[in-house]
Ligand binder design. Sequence first.
Ligand SMILES: NC(=O)c1ccc[n+]([C@@H]2O[C@H](COP(=O)([O-])OP(=O)(O)OC[C@H]3O[C@@H](n4cnc5c(N)ncnc54)[C@H](OP(=O)(O)O)[C@@H]3O)[C@@H](O)[C@H]2O)c1
Length: 250
Amino acid sequence: MNLNDSTVLVTGAGRGIGRAFVDELLSRGAKKVYATARDASSVLSDPRVVPIALDITDAEAVARAAATAEDVDVLINNAGLSTLSPLVTGAHDGIREEMDINYFGTLAMVRAFAPVLAGNGGGSILNVSSVMSWLGMEHSGGYGASKAAVWAMTNSLRIELSGQNTQVTGLHMASTDTDMMSSFDIPKNSPHAVVTAALDGLEAGELEILADDDTRAVKATLSNDPAEFYSQAVRHTQPQAERGKQSHLA
Ligand SMILES: NC(=O)c1ccc[n+]([C@@H]2O[C@H](COP(=O)([O-])OP(=O)(O)OC[C@H]3O[C@@H](n4cnc5c(N)ncnc54)[C@H](OP(=O)(O)O)[C@@H]3O)[C@@H](O)[C@H]2O)c1
């Protein structure tokens, strides 16, 4: 698909990767971008940008957005939350909120906009997931589970919406330089690089976009023995000498 002349809706567009999506869509000639955010005043100002106040966990607000943005042909589900809550000892509310926003909020947007996309010839959905959908880490268990749920959802939506000619694409990436990762002093992607890879892939008709080398490397290990990644989990079954050779990612 060609983003030139497209009408796109982006969630979580006030900052971070969502804001970069809006910027790049305008550069690629989008006709109109509905930039949605919980605080609509936070989005980029441009004659082609239509701000909409939208919390994706608010069913009425989601329905209102679908009634307003009835000319959308590309839906970018970018809004997301990471609470860094460990699964066993972390705050249960934070773990639930990650699932409510990342999974159920994204699903609510898809359900509301599927008829809109059908009415406009099918169009595309881009769901923002994460490398964490395939990787367990100490403080990201709840977040990773919610992004794995987005991955699984994206795969099924692709089948469910094929009859109405909607392309459903998943985006996965590792650490990217936004507020979400501000407490980590590690190498990070630029939001612009992630968004460029995402929109290039969307325009090329890719069904899954891996935006960086770390994400490609993790995806490539999925059929490997988990012991290669999770050395802590096998320490009681391997000789001491073997343990020292294992790598640690977290
Ligand atoms: N940064 C990374 O390293 C990284 C890596 C992999 C995947 N991702 C994913 O990329 C996406 C964008 O994240 P980011 O890095 O740009 O993070 P960010 O800077 O923390 O921004 C998160 C965005 O999501 C919005 N949001 C959160 N809850 C919402 C809700 N209930 N309704 C509507 N909007 C909501 C926020 O809006 P407010 O301004 O109103 O809070 C904000 O615009 C997320 O899905 C994230 O999981 C990020």
